[in-house]
Each structure stands twice: as C-alpha cells, then as structure tokens.
Design a protein around this ligand. Structure first.
Ligand SMILES: Nc1ncnc2c1ncn2[C@@H]1O[C@H](COP(=O)(O)OP(=O)(O)OP(=O)(O)O)[C@@H](O)[C@H]1O
Ligand SMILES: [Mg+2]
Length: 250
C-alpha cells in the first residue's frame, strides 16, 4: 500500500535524522514503530503522510511515486490519516462532535448524517459522553480519543498514530486497541509509533524498530520477542514483560 524506498531526511544540512529507511505497509497489518526518543519515529510518520518531503529516496503509494503537488498530497491524505503525538494540534471544531464530523461534512455528507457518524464513532471509542464538550475543555487523553474518532470517520486505507496510548487510562487503551483491531480486520493498515513495547504482545503482528534514524529491525512481533537482545541492542527500548521473563528464566 505504502512503501518507503531508502527514505532519508535532515532537518538541518549535514545532520541526518533518517538514513535510507525502507519498509512497506500492507493492507490489514498491525505494526508498531519502536525507537528511543529522537530515533526518528515522528519524522518517519510525517514523511509517510506527506507533511515532510524526503531529502533522499522515495515514498510510493500503491506502487506509484508520491506526487507532492496540491492534488497529489490530497490523494495521499485521502488514503493516509494521522493522529499526531500532540493530538490537540489537530482539533479545530468548536465542540467535540463538530470536530469529529468535520471530515465527513467536508467530503459532502449532509450535516445530520455526519453528526450521526461522529456520535457512533465517539461511542465505539468510549467518548460518547464528550460529544457536546468544547474542545478547549478536554484533557490530553480525551483530546486523543477525539482526534482518533475524527480520522476514523474518513475511513483511511492507512492509519498512522503517534504515541496514541500515552496518557490513556486502561479503558481508553482497551477501547483504542479494540477499535484499531476492528479496523485492521476490515483491511485498514495501522501503524503505531510508540515506546510501549507491551503492544507487541497484545496487539501488533509486526515491529519496525529505528535506532538513531536507521532501520534496526523489521519483522514479526513473535521474532523480536523471541530474540529481544539480538534485535534491539542499543535501541533504548525496555524489554516487555514476557521477554524479561524469558531472560530471567535462562
Ligand atoms: N522540527 C524540527 N527541527 C529540527 N530538528 C527536529 C525537528 N523535529 C525533530 N527534530 C529532531 O529529529 C530527531 C528525530 O525526532 P523525532 O521527533 O522524529 O523522534 P521520535 O522518535 O519521534 O522521538 P520521541 O520518542 O521523543 O517522540 C531528533 O533528534 C529531533 O530533535
Ligand atoms: Mg515522536
């Protein structure tokens, strides 16, 4: 669906943030993108949704190089949606339901139907009670749920989430993962950038690991859990509980 072909990116000349990162995200995949602070996770997501343009390499959508014209970016973003690390940055409606309904309204759905869709989506994420609240009066975790509801209403082919579980309580995290699993069951590809290695056991089928802007691992969750030390040495990641158990049992 989307392929990074040796993507490189620098915010400043001579200071590479990402170096020749290559991977492909396919329909229905559940991927976690892992790496220490500053490893380049958010930068990579910004390249995948066209917010940033690569300095080297190429991004492909359904096999075609991404076109960075206005129309090309509109096409990319009709397939790829993102929930930002700071979800508050992407909320623009006056109230929660208005914000969540904004995408469907802009794509031509009558307001009553858009509102209905917004309410249903909020309900599946356990955020139905927030519908009439003003955006500015939400907590950080509530903003995250609202941002996620907003992107889900536009039914992207690929959903990118930057640290979506940070700041969520247990029911919020359960609702999030259940919703995302329902999305991947319907064929959506979902990629979560996170430090939360717990997701390897409980949700992801595949892991992509960055170490200082380079790809350190790309493979099945079961494989990285089986050989944790070998695949994540120097990556600044805490071993998830089962891997720690495996280490203790050796
Ligand atoms: N707008 C920017 N201008 C300059 N440098 C930046 C900018 N954004 C990020 N960087 C740098 O690029 C590197 C990668 O940052 P990035 O935000 O992609 O990392 P990350 O893996 O998402 O980290 P975190 O886990 O803290 O979210 C870091 O060294 C960071 O300081
Ligand atoms: Mg980040």
């Amino acid at each position: 669906m989307i392929s990074a072909i040796d993507l490189s990116y620098s915010y400043a000349p001579g200071m590479p943030t990402l170096s020749r990162v290559a991977f492909t995200l396919r329909a229905g995949e559940r991927v976690v993108l892992l790496g220490a602070n500053g490893a380049g996770k958010s930068t990579l997501l910004s390249l995948c949704n066209g917010l940033l343009r690569p300095c080297g390499g190429e991004l492909r959508l359904f096999g075609e190089p991404v076109d960075y014209s206005k129309a090309g970016l509109r096409r990319l973003r009709s397939h790829v949606s993102t929930v930002l690390q700071d979800a508050g940055d992407q909320l623009f409606g006056a109230t929660v339901w208005q914000d969540v309904a904004m995408g469907p309204v802009e794509s031509g759905l009558p307001e009553a139907e858009a509102r209905q869709l917004a309410m249903e989506t909020l309900d599946t994420l356990g955020g139905g009670h927030l519908a009439s609240r003003p955006i500015h009066a939400l907590s950080a975790g509530e903003k995250k749920r609202v941002a996620l509801a907003g992107v889900l209403t536009v039914r992207p082919s690929l959903l990118l989430l930057d640290e979506p579980t940070a700041g969520l309580d247990a029911p919020g995290e359960d609702a999030l993962l259940e919703t995302l699993s329902a999305c991947t069951d319907r064929g959506m590809a979902v990629c979560i950038a996170t430090h939360d290695t717990w997701l390897l056991h409980h949700w992801a089928t595949r892991a992509v690991v960055l170490r200082e802007g380079r790809l350190a691992f790309d493979g099945e969750s079961a494989e990285i859990l089986r050989h944790w030390d070998r695949h994540t040495a120097g990556c600044g990641l805490r071993a998830p509980a089962v891997a720690e158990g495996a280490i203790l049992c050796r």
